[in-house]
Design a protein around this ligand. Sequence first.
Ligand SMILES: O=C(CO)COP(=O)(O)O
Length: 284
Amino acid sequence: MARKTTPARREGRRPLIAGNWKMNLTHLEAIGLVQKLAFSLKEPELEAAEVVVLPPFTALRSVQTLVTGDKLEVGYGAQDLSAHDSGAYTGEVSGAMLAALACRYVVVGHSERRALHGEDDAVVASKVQAALRHGLVPILCVGEGLDVRRAGTHVSHCTTQLDAALEGLTAEQLLAPGDGAGSGGAGSGGGVVIAYEPVWAIGTGEVATPEDAQEVCGAIRSRLAERFGPEAAAVVRILYGGSVKAANTVGILAGPDVDGALVGGASLDADEFVQICRTAADGS
Ligand SMILES: O=C(CO)COP(=O)(O)O
């Protein structure tokens, strides 16, 4: 069957499907899941869509060893990093440590970090800078809670979070791919990935409609164009996250500004995640 061309591919942005495992899976379980993914997904699928896993810190070294040893086309990254580069910050993990494990990506500003660990916009902005300092591509999360959605101010809420997190960034930083690659090849996107994750849709089964996802992802791209110019904005990949499953992936990825998905719960199930990646690769 002929491969359909998604709007994302028309713009030259390779779809990105990233599995945020959150606080799940030991390093041994992580190896098993990555092996299943790499075994199930065929080479053309892994070329058409970039597939990335975001395991807990404790599994990163094992995933690195597996991916490099078996030359797997699966990328990996971390779920958080410290705003600091080194020093007396008990329990934190620096960008340098992640770069040394050849992580390509790191999630920054996930709503669970914002809500449960008190990360405000200033902390999120300094973590974006820390990621870029170490050649990591930040996957910057923005998204509104249910109260904001009900008030109808979700678009300005998300663009305000975006503005704050990207404070001080240059268009070059937005364009440049991070050089911490080594985990499954570079994507065709820029140096920053944005993820729109409405808080009310995370882990609730309450998925945003394709129109909801496109509305905010489109507004994010317009805002990026205003601040950094259309060229930089056209390169940045914008993901949707929140109760993404195999069954709703086609609709979610239909929006011309939705370049992939940040998948939580469904990324822990190999068959389900493979199906999501396949859908993105097929561009259906
Ligand atoms: O938070 C998420 C990804 O970062 C989304 O989680 P769920 O897919 O479990 O809703």
